[in-house]
Structure formats: C-alpha cells, structure tokens
Design a protein around this ligand. Structure first.
Ligand code: GAL
Length: 425
C-alpha cells in the first residue's frame, strides 16, 4: 500500500508537537544544565530513521551519559522540517543542533545570524584535515566554518529495475546516452505492458527530476551558471529541458503528487516501475528490501549526466542559543568521527564526508559513488539546498509543481526567469 503524503504531513504535525515538548520544559532559559541533546532532522521513518539510529548508536557508545532527544519532523528533503525549524528559530527556541545542507541553504542560516562559528572547534578536533577542502568551502562564510558534515549524497541517480527492462528487451546495464534515448526506452517499456515506467513522487521529487534534466541538457558548466547568473533561464537549453521534462511526465504514475520519495521508490522495489530518479538515500531502501545491487536493481547517472556528480551533503550545526551547548558539541564530535561516519553512511546509502576511508568497507553501490565523487565534475543540487537559497528553491519548486497540472512550458520558463531575477537581482 502506498503511503500518501497527507499521512506523512500528519506525522509531521505530531513530530512538531513532540518536538515542542521533547525537552520536558526544555527552553533556553530553564534547561541549560541537563545532560541531553535535542537533535532536529527529517530522518523520522523507514530507511532514513535506520541511518539516524546507526549514528545515535555510536553516539550512545561514545557519550553514554548524554540523553539523545529525537526531534525529527517527517517529510523527505525537509519538506515540512525546514518550515518547522524556521518557526522555532524565529521564536528563539532552537534545538541543540539541526540538520542543514551544505552550500546555499546553510549560508541562509549563517547570514541570518542563527549559527555559531565552529572554526576553532574544527581545528581542535582535527576536522580541517579530514574533510575535503571543496566541502569545507560550502560550510564557510567569511573564513568561518559553521557545520560538521555527516555524509555526501548524489542526486543524479537513476534506479533501475533490471527484470522489467530485460522483459522489454532492453539491456539494464547500458545507460541511454541522453534524455531522448531514455525517452525511446521509456516508450519500449510502456509498450511491454508497464503502464507507468517512471516512478515519481511529490513536489520536491519533481524538482529533483527537473534539476537532473537541466543538468543533462545544459551540461555541468551551463547548469552551474544558472546559480551564478552566467546561464540565462531564458535560454533555448532551458526550454529544451522543460520540453524533455514534460515528456517524462507522460510516463509517470498518476498518483505522483501524493507520494513522498520512499513511496515512489517502493513502486520500483515492488516491480511496478522500471526507473526512479532519486538521491542515493534510495540505496538504503533497496538494501533493506533485501535486493542485490547489479542483480534485481542497478543504477546509472541520469542519461546525459555521465561524468557529473550532482552533489549534496547533510551537516549538523550549533545554533545560537542552543540550550545544551556542550552535549551538542559532543553530538558534533560523533557526527565527524570516523566511527560515526562509517556507521551512518553504511546504513544511509551515502558516502562519508571524511576522506580517510577505505572504499572496500562499503557496499557496491557506494563504491560507485566514492569513485564518481573522486573522478567526476561536481555540481550542486537544487532540491537539496546546495545550489540555491531556501527562498529561491521554494519559488522554483512551486513553479515546477504547477507545471505538473498545467504543462505550460512558457509559463514555467517565465516563472523560472522571475525567480532567478528575484534571487540574483
Ligand atoms: C535530502 C537529505 C538526505 C535525505 C533526503 C530524503 O535532502 O539530504 O539525507 O534525507 O533528503 O529525505
């Protein structure tokens, strides 16, 4: 049974209520002494919760006297959590630490004065040496570092049900060269009797699919230029991407607007779709379903994005006014530790942000990601906070969501132009 988003939103409200009372009178003014840490994420269920639990297990081993308080708010990609967090920060009621994406999203919090400078903490812990310089730059504003990365995820991944492709006479190991070639294969799969070969979900998953099509059609430099103003949103390349995206929507499940990512990926796991474009947190869902990589399922970069790694990283912050600052720093120590990163990333489908790792310790999918992160051109994910501010990506997300019902290419492109104008001035 597919889990509709409305149920997830209900869980989010419950999560909010729980978050509100989780500290038991845990307000900045009255609870500074308690040995607890309230950790705010959106990893509240399924494979994402399994990842968080793995990290908490290491934390409990490293800091057995500190109580972990789970303030997660359900909804993939922080679709409910970010608004809930904004309300808490606005009200002067920050959690002790919260999940934030490296890049533009983190910069929003830094510029709003909501985060503490962790530069000397990084030096004391030796973190400056173990994280890649390019990643540290995404955590830095004006030479100060503001969060500890837990992982690196890849967004431009197609998850492939091998059996369905074989049944349609397509070699599942061979990625189509570009979006047009992929559309031909989608037609073949449909002709083989699979009604909706491309599994899709709610608005942010649509934006993620769209960003990968932009990447395929514009290339790494063209795509990166969208965020700096060097590539015009008015360009023919963007029109081509919207046209391609529109065609891809002809192949998706009709209930897509109501499904979070896990429900959409589940369609593929259940053998009712051939493809799903999803970040590699999906790997954890396949692993937990007991499927074997390169057997029942495989992956390739979204056609046309071979050699490009669409990057995002989760990281943990120390908010200004965190009620339990020392336990929060201990949480950050676990997040950055070799043991914490290994336990978490093995369970989460991501790769460690630390560079002092042995790829051989990771399962086959993650080995492909470790290699690609080392070899490929890295670009920043839109749907996961690396490329654009929260406000800008919110505007793009709404425009892409509207396109699902009106399919108006010119209206989407003009909304994208307006959003860029608003964001870049
Ligand atoms: C991303 C996040 C991932 C994963 C995903 C789906 O934004 O960085 O860790 O949780 O959302 O919820």
């Amino acid at each position: 049974m597919r889990k509709p988003v409305s149920l997830i939103a209900g869980a989010a409200i419950l999560g909010l209520a729980l978050a509100g009372c989780s500290g038991g009178g845990d307000t900045p003014s009255d609870s500074g002494g308690a040995n607890e840490v309230e950790v705010f994420t959106w990893w509240s269920s399924g494979s994402e919760k399994v990842g968080l639990d793995a990290l908490v297990k290491v934390f409990n081993e490293q800091y057995p006297d500190i109580e972990f308080i789970n303030a997660s708010v359900a909804g993939g990609a922080g679709s409910n959590a970010k608004a809930a967090l904004a309300s808490r920060l606005e009200a002067g009621d920050p959690p002790d630490t919260f999940q934030a994406h490296a890049g533009a999203e983190l910069t929003d919090y830094i510029e709003a004065g909501q985060l503490q400078d962790l530069s000397s903490f990084f030096d004391d812990e030796g973190f400056t040496e173990v994280f890649p310089e390019s990643l540290i730059q995404l955590l830095t504003v004006d030479d100060a570092i503001y969060s500890v990365p837990s992982n690196i995820h890849r967004a431009n991944v197609v998850w492939v049900n091998t059996g369905i492709l074989e049944n349609a006479g397509i070699d599942p190991k061979k990625a189509p060269a570009d979006i047009d070639a992929w559309i031909s294969d989608l037609e073949k799969v449909k002709a083989s009797g699979v009604e909706a070969p491309l599994a899709l979900g709610t608005e942010w998953t649509q934006m993620q699919l769209f960003e990968t099509v932009l990447l395929a059609d514009l290339g790494a430099d063209g795509y990166t230029g969208l965020w700096t103003g060097d590539t015009s949103w008015d360009s023919d390349g963007v029109t081509t991407a919207i046209d391609h995206y529109s065609t891809l929507l002809d192949f998706v499940n009709s209930d897509y607007t109501g499904l979070d990512w896990d429900a959409a990926t589940q369609i593929l796991i259940d053998g009712q779709a051939a493809y799903n474009v999803m970040g590699d947190w999906a790997e954890a869902a396949f692993a937990q379903a007991g499927l074997t990589y390169d057997n029942e399922y495989t992956t390739w970069p979204v056609p046309g994005t071979e050699g490009i790694f669409d990057f995002l990283a989760d990281s943990f912050t120390l908010p200004v006014g965190a009620p339990h600052e020392e336990p929060a720093k201990d949480w950050l120590r676990t997040v950055g530790s070799a043991d914490g990163q290994q336990a978490f990333n093995l369970a989460k489908g991501s790769i460690p942000a630390r560079t002092d790792i042995d790829a051989a310790d990771y399962p086959p999918y993650q080995q492909t990601a470790i290699k690609a992160y080392a070899d490929d051109v890295i670009v920043s994910s839109l749907a996961h906070g690396a490329a654009a501010s929260i406000a800008w990506s919110g505007d793009i997300s709404s425009a892409v969501g509207r396109f699902g019902s009106d399919k108006d290419v010119a209206a989407l492109q003009s909304a994208l132009v307006d959003a860029a104008q608003k964001a870049l001035g």
